[in-house]
Design a protein around this ligand. Structure first.
Ligand code: HEM
Length: 125
């Protein structure tokens, strides 16, 4: 197994990750019912996001927190949903890649998930 080295690797990662999210009914409804996601448009945005985060390539300008707060206003993003999200993310990384970038992306996902979970909880009150 190789490490995550470029945007093609990231595309493979997010593609497999979303297959897992969408086949798990405990979280898939967020992506199909709460937000009606167009995967063809969404996956390249995710690649840009992770490419900036991992390789400092830049190019991601959206407000990630606000986007998730908006979703959470429609349907509260529970701590349990973040747990499920992270579980599928880590599983996908572990199935496909090994190395320092694979470790880095899992740490970054955990850090961001922790912040998003706290902010959605604060907003709920
Ligand atoms: C409970 C967990 C989560 C759920 C259910 C969730 C759901 C979603 C949904 C439905 C969208 C599409 C929003 C739209 O296009 O209107 C989205 C976008 C996105 N999410 Fe999440 N998300 C979760 C956690 C995370 C975490 C932890 C990260 C990063 C580590 C993340 C990264 C992103 C990115 C980069 C986008 C694209 C935003 C954009 O269009 O600029 N998400 N998420």
């Amino acid at each position: 197994m190789k490490d995550i080295e470029n945007n093609d690797d990231l595309y493979r990662l997010v593609d497999e990750f979303y297959k897992k999210l969408l086949s798990d009914s405990s979280i898939s409804y967020i992506f199909t019912d709460v937000v009606k996601l167009n995967l063809e448009e969404h996956l390249p945005i995710l690649v840009t996001f992770w490419s900036q985060s991992l390789f400092n390539t830049g190019g991601y300008f959206n407000n990630l927190t606000q986007i998730h707060l908006d979703i959470s206003k429609k349907e509260y993003l529970t701590p349990e949903l973040f747990k499920i999200w992270l579980y599928h993310f880590n599983t996908t990384v572990n199935e496909l890649f090994t190395g320092s970038n694979a470790e880095k992306i899992k740490t970054q996902a955990l850090n961001i998930a922790t912040v998003l979970e706290i902010k959605t909880r604060q907003e709920k009150k």
